[in-house]
Write a protein that binds this ligand. Structure first.
Ligand SMILES: [Mg+2]
Ligand SMILES: [Zn+2]
Length: 227
């Protein structure tokens, strides 16, 4: 007989959109940003509580600069401790509430509009765990077509179109959309949606690429998902 299983098929969402700063251009681009190793110092044992959050240098002003340049900010993060049963969904929201305050304390424009969390493990074979692009697809949908209820929710995503990893990179739904991450799984998810992909070193984080993301002619780092 099987034991009890935690089942959660959906993406854990915080939807907290805010108008862009005054004078920001209205081009509609979205910056999809990985969390650990990009915004905060990562840990092999996960970030398990708000007091374990340590921002990387310059992160708040980088997020602020992106919003001042017209980008909406959508954090996309794999957090398997949830399906591993280490802690619950409430905890991830507490961590992100703390992170929001930490960023805004330093730069009043450093607001993130959404956080999307894949709570699954590899073996759950979901569509959201990066390098699958499910969270990016959901983010595009939320920002451009069907905004969810404000605040917290769990949104199930359907299998959608397959990713053809062996084909050419597809056209993005918006030229300026970008994926910023420290791992190949981040690059893979961005590649699968045709985004400009920027890889950062985990100990430098987003600050090291923000000028490139702001350069609309920079098409991002080359990435081959089959290598
Ligand atoms: Mg990371
Ligand atoms: Zn998932």
């Amino acid at each position: 007989m099987k034991g009890l299983r935690i089942t959660m098929r959906g993406v854990v969402v915080q939807w907290t959109p805010r108008p862009l700063p005054t004078d920001a251009p209205d081009h509609g681009g979205i910056a999809f940003v990985d969390r650990d190793g990009v915004l905060n110092v990562g840990s092999p044992n996960y970030i398990n509580a708000p007091n374990e959050l340590v921002l990387l240098p310059g992160v708040a002003s980088s997020i602020g600069s992106l919003r001042r340049a017209g980008y909406k900010i959508c954090i996309v993060t794999n957090q398997s401790p949830i399906m591993r049963g280490l802690w619950d969904v409430e905890r991830i929201h507490q961590i992100h509430d703390a992170m929001r305050d930490m960023l805004l304390d330093v730069d009043a424009d450093a607001h993130f509009d959404a956080v999307l969390v894949c709570p699954h493990r590899h073996r759950d074979r979901c569509q959201c765990r990066k390098p699958m692009p499910g969270m990016i697809r959901l983010g595009e949908q939320m920002f451009r077509h069907t905004p969810p209820e404000e605040g917290r929710s769990i949104i199930e995503i359907d299998a959608g179109q397959k990713v053809h990893w062996w084909d050419e990179k597809i056209q993005p739904s918006h030229e300026l959309d970008a994926m910023i991450g420290d791992r190949n799984s981040d690059m893979g998810a961005g590649w699968a949606q045709g985004l400009r992909c920027f890889k950062v070193n985990w100990n430098l984080g987003i600050t090291s690429v923000v000028d490139r993301v702001l350069d609309q002619k920079d098409r991002g780092d080359p990435f081959d998902p089959m290598r």
